[in-house]
Structure formats: structure tokens, C-alpha cells
Ligand binder design. Structure first.
Ligand SMILES: [Zn+2]
Length: 260
């Protein structure tokens, strides 16, 4: 295992433009379930594929908000784990230039990462569906989480939709283009905590590969890209990423990293 960590660190150290792509697995050590999975235990009565849709949001908003409330509560309370901190340190040290995530929990940023591309939006902002005013979660958190009401716009009474991309909804074009641009220009792509089952994250590694980028995968389960990657680490991201980071950061940064 140590040889794999060393190899991954070597690729990142030699890279001119390394990009990290992260998925739900990065936040499971922070206690956040993969909301696409039926086995999270959060929603006994709901199938996320059927309820996390724009149609349900429009037609049955109470059902939609009852579904998303426990998830939002967990995300508001969650803390970044060692995998988030490792990636933030790698970015600060210039070993990773760009972080792209499928996650909506903001934990990369809370660990100190900058300019994170969020492919599926974020749960900390919401938009009024009638007047398009954008709100930060602090403004509707009490009403929505604590009182259990549907968050509504103080100006016009419209429902505030969390800025999370639902099933059946288009991805944010700006984020998608930025992700494709970063991946098309990278020479190393580090995939962490994603099983690469959901587009567009599923397509990005192939794009990197078509540009001769070298791939590192850190994921507990298999992915369809496993046979194409140079380093495959089947381990917990919260264990593996700090080990990789410690091996490619300068001594002082590594010391600071292991103590923090
Ligand atoms: Zn409004």
C-alpha cells in the first residue's frame, strides 16, 4: 500500500496541472450519506430517485422539503474530514490546481479549498422561484430546519429552492464548462470518493484520458475507469489522501498538516 501512496505522490509532485475530482465517498467519513443511495437509512419511506426531482419540487413541495430536510440538517452540522483537509493542503501547496466536486455540502471550502467547481450546486444557498432573489442558508435555516416549514421568500412569498441540482434538472453550464476546461488541460487527474456512475463526473476521466493525462483513483468500490488508471488505491479516502499529501508536501507543510 505504501508503494501506491508513494507512486500517487510522485505523480502529483511531477504534475504541471493536477486536478482532483471528488464524489460522495469524500464526505461519508464526515457522516454525510450518498443521497443517491437507497441504503443510507435516512429516508425509510422515500426513494431519492423519485423524490429528488424538479417535478416533485414543483408539484409536491412539502414532500420534497420533508425529503431534503434531514440531509440539509446533516450538511449544516457536518465537519470536513482528513480527506478534505488533505486536498486543501495539496491545493495550497500547488500540487493540485483545481478541485471539482459532485458534492453539495461545501466541506472542501470549509477545509480551506478555493475556487471549487460544484457540479451539482450547493445546499447553502437558495433561489426564490418567483422573483429569483438568492438567499444564503442562514436566512432560511431556522424556518426550514428548526420549524419544519417550507422556506418562502420574504419579498414575494415564492418558494425558495435550494441551489441543488435535482434529477431531471440541467447541470449548471458555467460549472460544467469550467470542469471540462480544467480536465482537458490537466496532466494528472486524481479521482477520490467517486464511483463515476453519474454524468458528467463519469465522463470527465475519459476526457482526461483522451488528453494523455495520468489517472489516480482512490475509492473503496470499483469504477469503470479502474483499468485505465496508473494508480488504483482501494482504501478509505480519509486514510489514503492524508498519506499521499504527507508524501508530496514539503517537510514544513507536512508537519503542519499532520498536526492539524
Ligand atoms: Zn421572491
Amino acid at each position: 500500500m505504501d508503494e501506491l501512496m508513494q507512486h500517487a505522490a510522485q505523480l502529483l509532485t511531477q504534475a504541471q496541472h493536477a486536478v482532483a475530482l471528488t464524489g460522495a465517498g469524500l464526505s461519508t467519513p464526515s457522516g454525510i450519506p450518498d443521497f443517491r443511495s437507497r441504503e443510507t437509512g435516512l429516508w425509510e419511506n422515500y426513494d431519492p430517485m423519485e423524490i429528488a426531482t424538479f417535478q416533485v419540487f414543483r408539484r409536491r413541495p412539502a414532500d420534497f422539503f420533508n425529503w431534503i430536510r434531514p440531509l440539509a440538517r446533516q450538511m449544516f452540522e457536518a465537519q470536513p474530514n482528513p480527506a478534505h483537509h488533505a486536498l486543501a493542503h495539496l491545493q495550497q501547496a500547488g500540487r493540485v490546481q483545481q478541485i471539482i466536486t459532485q458534492n453539495i455540502d461545501g466541506l472542501h471550502q470549509r477545509a480551506g479549498a478555493q475556487h471549487v467547481i460544484e457540479l451539482h450546486g450547493d445546499i447553502f444557498t437558495g433561489t426564490c422561484v418567483s422573483c429569483y432573489t438568492i438567499y444564503h442558508s442562514a436566512e432560511f435555516q431556522a424556518e426550514f430546519i428548526d420549524a419544519g416549514r417550507i422556506p418562502t421568500c420574504p419579498h414575494c412569498g415564492g418558494i425558495i429552492k435550494p441551489n441543488v441540482i435535482l434529477f431531471g434538472e440541467a447541470l449548471p453550464v458555467h460549472a460544467l464548462l469550467a470542469a471540462r476546461r480544467a480536465v482537458a488541460n490537466c496532466d494528472v487527474l486524481l479521482i477520490a470518493g467517486s464511483s463515476l456512475e453519474v454524468a458528467p463526473a463519469a465522463d470527465l476521466p475519459m476526457l482526461a484520458r483522451s488528453r494523455q493525462a495520468r489517472l489516480i483513483i482512490v475509492n473503496q468500490g470499483p469504477t469503470y475507469m479502474d483499468e485505465y488508471c496508473e494508480v488504483l488505491i482501494r482504501d478509505d479516502v480519509a486514510v489514503a489522501l492524508p498519506m499521499i499529501a504527507a508524501r508530496c508536501l514539503p517537510d514544513r507543510a507536512a508537519d503542519r498538516f499532520s498536526s492539524g
